[in-house]
Design a protein around this ligand. Structure first.
Ligand SMILES: Cc1cc2nc3c(=O)[nH]c(=O)nc-3n(C[C@H](O)[C@H](O)[C@H](O)COP(=O)(O)OP(=O)(O)OC[C@H]3O[C@@H](n4cnc5c(N)ncnc54)[C@H](O)[C@@H]3O)c2cc1C
Length: 460
C-alpha cells in the first residue's frame, strides 16, 4: 500500500479534483467511528465521490494497489460497520445526493446513493407519495440498502430488500453493474440485487437505487396503549397483527425507555410498558382497525388507550420514538451507546422481550428494551463505559445470551442492524454451515479482499 501522501496524490489524480481527497485529521476522525462503543480506527484518506465514475476510479486504483475501501453513508449504523479497521480509504457517498427521477405513474424514485431518506420523503410528498423505510437516523438510502435496513413501518411495507427494485453498483476493479429493473417484480436469474442489498459494503459500492414509493394513506391514527407488564403488551402486538388489522406500525417501548424519552423529549407519556400502534388507510378501514386494536388491548388488560388523531401530535409521538437511542444516550452521560437487535417468530416475542429485560437488570446494566413488535424485532439499547472491562464484559455476555435465546426460539441474531463488526461471532453461531459459502461469494465479487475488510466475515 502506498504511503498516505502518495495515496492522496494518486486519488486526486484519478478524480481530477484534489479538493475531494483529504488526509486532514478532523476528516479522518469523522470517518473513524460511529455513535457506539466500538473503538474508532482512522482511515488514511477520506474521498468524497461525486459520481459513479469517481467511485469506479477509486475502486480501480484501490484494487490495483490492494488498498482497503470502506464505504461511508451517514455513518449511523450501529455495529461498527463504517470503522475502517485496516485503514485505507473511507469512501464518503454523501455528495452523490441527487434525486434523479420520481415517477408517480410507476410509483418509483431513482436516487443517487447519498440521498437521505428525509430528502426523498420531502420530494415524494410533492406527489402524494412516500418511501416507507424509516430507521431512526436520517440515513442515506445507499447505506440503508447496504444494511438492508428496516424501521417502524416494516410490519406493513417490508424492509429495504422489499423496496429496492433496481440498483447500480461498482465492483472492486471499477466494473459498473446494474441489477433489477423498474418493473414491480422479476424472476430473471439469480437475485444479485438481493445479495448486494445487505452486503454492508463488503462486495461493492452501491451508486444508484430505484425504489418503490407508496401512496400516502388518506388517514392515519395512532393508539397509545399502556400495560401493567411487558408480556401482555407483546401479546397484544402479535394478536393485533394476527387478527389482520391493517396496522402500519406496532412499536413496543419499555417503561425505562419511556422515562428516558420523557426526560429527553419533554413528553409526558405514562411511564410503563407501552405500544404505539398506527392504523392508516381510508376513514372506514382505519375506524374498524382501531376498534380491533382497542378490543385486543383491553383483552390484554391495557391500563390506558389514547387515540392521537391530530397530525402534529402523531408526528411528535413518532419523533419521540425515533429519538429513543438519543434518549438512552442522554440517560448516561459519559458512557457510549451499545445497541443490539435480535428477531424472533411472533409467538416468541413476549418470551424474548421478558428475557432481555430480566437479563439486563440482573447484570445491573443501564438500558432499555424497545421493539418493532409487529415484526418480532427486539432492540436493547445499553450505555457502557468502553474503558470499564467489567461493564464491557457484562454487556458482551448479555448480547451473547440474547443471541443464544433468539436462536433457540427459532429466530435470528439480527433483524435489521446487520453484522458489521459486532455480530460476526453471532453470524457464525447462526449460520456456521453457510459461512464458507459466504466466503466463496465474497471472493467472486472481491478477490483481493479490499471491500470493508473485517466486517460480516471474520478475517480468513
Ligand atoms: C437513532 C438511530 C436509530 C436507528 N434505527 C434503526 C432502525 O429502526 N432500523 C434499522 O435498520 N437501523 C436503524 N439504525 C441504524 C442505521 O440508521 C441503519 O443501519 C442505516 O441503514 C445506516 O445508513 P447510513 O447511511 O448511516 O450507512 P452507514 O452507517 O454510513 O454505512 C452502513 C454500512 O453500509 C456500507 N455502505 C454505506 N453506503 C454504502 C453504499 N453506497 N454502497 C455500499 N455500501 C455502503 C458501509 O460501509 C457500512 O458497512 C438506527 C441508527 C440510529 C443512530
Amino acid at each position: 500500500m502506498p504511503g498516505a501522501e502518495a495515496l492522496r496524490e494518486a486519488l486526486a489524480g484519478a478524480l481530477g479534483d484534489p479538493g475531494r481527497v483529504s488526509t486532514g485529521e478532523s476528516e479522518r476522525d469523522l470517518h473513524a467511528a460511529d455513535m457506539t462503543f466500538h473503538r474508532p480506527h482512522r482511515p488514511d484518506v477520506v474521498v468524497y465521490a461525486a459520481s459513479t465514475a469517481d467511485v469506479a476510479a477509486v475502486l480501480a486504483l484501490a484494487d490495483e494497489h490492494r488498498i482497503p475501501v470502506t464505504p461511508f453513508g451517514a455513518g449511523s449504523s450501529l455495529e461498527g460497520h463504517v470503522i475502517p479497521l485496516a485503514g485505507g480509504i473511507s469512501l464518503d457517498l454523501t455528495r452523490m445526493d441527487r434525486i434523479l427521477d420520481v415517477s408517480p405513474a410507476d410509483l418509483t424514485a431513482t436516487v443517487q446513493a447519498g440521498v437521505t431518506r428525509t430528502a426523498l420523503e420531502r420530494e415524494a410528498a410533492k406527489h402524494g407519495l412516500f418511501f416507507p423505510v424509516d430507521p431512526g437516523a436520517d440515513a442515506t438510502l445507499g447505506g440503508m440498502a447496504a444494511t438492508n435496513a428496516a424501521g417502524t413501518t416494516t410490519v406493513r411495507y417490508g424492509k429495504m430488500r422489499a423496496n429496492v427494485l433496481a440498483l447500480e453498483a461498482v465492483l472492486p476493479g471499477g466494473r459498473v453493474v446494474r441489477a433489477g429493473s423498474r418493473a414491480p417484480k422479476t424472476s430473471a436469474g439469480y437475485d444479485l440485487l438481493g445479495l448486494l442489498v445487505g452486503s454492508e459494503g463488503t462486495l461493492g459500492v452501491i451508486t444508484e437505487l430505484t425504489l418503490r414509493l407508496h401512496g400516502i394513506p388518506e388517514q392515519a391514527v395512532v393508539l397509545r396503549l399502556s400495560f401493567p407488564d411487558l408480556e401482555p403488551a407483546c401479546r397484544a402486538a402479535t394478536a393485533i397483527v394476527a387478527a389482520g388489522a391493517g396496522v402500519t406500525r406496532a412499536e413496543l417501548i419499555d417503561g425505562w425507555t419511556i422515562a428516558a424519552l420523557n426526560a429527553h423529549q419533554g413528553t409526558d407519556l405514562p411511564v410503563g410498558p407501552s405500544l404505539f400502534v398506527e392504523a392508516a388507510g381510508s376513514a372506514g378501514t382505519v375506524a374498524s382497525d382501531l376498534e380491533l386494536v382497542r378490543a385486543v388491548a383491553e383483552s390484554e388488560g391495557a391500563l390506558e388507550v389514547v387515540a392521537e388523531r391530530d397530525p402534529t401530535a402523531r408526528t411528535r409521538l413518532w419523533a419521540a420514538r425515533h429519538a429513543a437511542a438519543y434518549a438512552v444516550a442522554a440517560a448516561a452521560p459519559g458512557k457510549r451507546h451499545r445497541s443490539t437487535d435480535v428477531c424472533v417468530p411472533l409467538s416468541q416475542l413476549a418470551g424474548a422481550v421478558s428475557f432481555a429485560r430480566g437479563e439486563l437488570e440482573r447484570r445491573g446494566l443501564v438500558g432499555g428494551v424497545v421493539g418493532h413488535a409487529g415484526d418480532g424485532n427486539v432492540h436493547i439499547g445499553l450505555m457502557v463505559d468502553p474503558d470499564d472491562p467489567v461493564e464491557l464484559a457484562a454487556s458482551d455476555e448479555l448480547v451473547e445470551l440474547l443471541v443464544e435465546d433468539a436462536l433457540a426460539r427459532g429466530g435470528t441474531c439480527t433483524g435489521e442492524h446487520g453484522v458489521g463488526l459486532g455480530k460476526i461471532h453471532a453470524l457464525e453461531r447462526e449460520h456456521g454451515d453457510l459461512v464458507p459459502l459466504m466466503r466463496e461469494l465474497k471472493r467472486v465479487f472481491d478477490p483481493n479482499g479490499i471491500m470493508n475488510p473485517g466486517k460480516v466475515l471474520a478475517p480468513a
